[in-house]
Design a protein around this ligand. Sequence first.
Ligand code: PEP
Ligand code: MG
Length: 579
Amino acid sequence: MERLQGIAVSPGVAIGEVLVMDTEGFRIPRRFLPRDAVEDELERLNRAIADASAEIERHREKVEKQLGTEYAAIFSAHIQMLNDRGLRSKLEEMIRQRHYSPEYSVSRALRHYAKVIQSLDGVMQERATDIFDIEKRLLRHLFGKRREELAHIHSEVLVLAHNLTPSETSNLNPKYVKGFVTEIGGPGSHTAIVAEALGIPAVVGIGPFLADVSGGETAIIDGYQGLVILHPDEETLARYRHEVVQYRSHAAKLEKLRDLPAETADGVRIQLLGNIEFPYEVEQCQKHGADGIGLYRTEFLFMARDEEPTEEEQTTAYSAVAEAMRDHPVVMRTIDLGADKLPSVPFPEDEGNPFLGLRSIRLALKYPALFKTQLRAILRSSTAGNISIMFPLVSTLLELKHAKMVLREAIEDLEEEGIEFDRDIKVGMMVEVPSVVMMMDHFVEEVDFFSIGTNDLIQYVLAVDRSNKDVAGLYTASDPSVLRMINIAVRAAKENEVPISMCGQMSGNPMYTMLLLGMGLRSLSVTPAAIPEIKQVCRRVSIATCERVAERALKLESARDVRAFLREELAKALPETPV
Ligand code: PEP
Ligand code: MG
């Protein structure tokens, strides 16, 4: 049994067989061959080795011609390794005696060699890279294509990968992918957010561990504690199976709150909205009794595709959401591409600091045609329901005015073309950059509503990358500086009677609910599955208690103190719930 500690990003427990995706996306399931397939499979392996050797030989000849024999020597070494008698007989033994598939045998044998070499001192360690190289090449020939798409996984697995991009994550089918673990990634990454939206337990930022895993073994992913347990013993398995049952019964109890209002014990109604990335998530919002959609991350429609979606395509997607939500509000956030959400538009690939670079509203303003097309689509879909527009990552007033100007142009165009849209459409912005908090007295004059994006606000207040595991300890909503930022923003909005909500992940964490209500927030937008739990807290507490909690929390001096205090207060309010 091996326990690996990472960062918990999506709650839940998953138990199952692991599927390894390395950086090139191969998956290496442990598959057993029927007895009568052994000879054919050995033949397939031999063909793959011959093809891979021929391919390397072609590279060798080319390099020799261009750079000389010295540089070509590495390829000769690869051919030698690939055809090594020891390796060949090991593979043959795995296929013949143990009935493993050639893919699994190759992966297991070569990873074992690489691991032994990695444990040696000095220059020999580097040879492990060569072995991984050979493994990849051979697998490519065995699979016959570069990449088995994650979307095509059709058996229940736990995915282990070096990294999963947000768009790859959004392609996972929760019916089959029961959990995932990545070597890199941080607590605020969009990969983490998507995992939570899909309800897939996930742990990120484990550090390098994939070299030790071939695939096919059993593992447990504990998305509460950020733990991964490889080869669990029976006792551990039994304990976690019990936890899964308990969790399901807790969730079933919470679902009973579905049709009750999110109203505090002293009768103050709290608006609980859902965050979505795709139209199909509307169903989750309805299932959990959301009052509307407080954040529609429209950029997901633009990711992992070669061309940007057309105006028609966008209008269809947005209208579907608006229609399904009927008269409930739907906040359409305009494209928030860039940083870890890669767009299909031409894009500077080597940004030194992508989270400080050309992302979000900055990118939209740089590509006005792209931006305007989206605004037209949003406006056109506004007749289908109760839609408003929200601009992300605004950092200066001028930027906001510029965005509003593009919106005005889109409106004028539609008017000229005689196309219907909601003329009273509300326009808001995210509060996720500290400069905005400092300038709230001006921003209140410019928008109809605000929504606080803590995922980014935390990273910009504390200068800590939301997707970097090595600084994950600093990335926390509990930091008193973050609380003070939020407090300033909420006060300014309330004093000027501009509605303000919160849609960062902080609002979906019950530990913060009392604090946020105490600061004056009356609207929270959360991952749909978190709605019942937040509603439960709202229904148990009074605003007076929340105000007392907020007042105390704002005076504390460290994130640790804030967390300890908030946990204690939540435990008092909901003694039966584990925190
Ligand atoms: C945020 O930053 O809090 C937010 C909601 O936006 P995103 O997570 O998509 O950056
Ligand atoms: Mg953001």
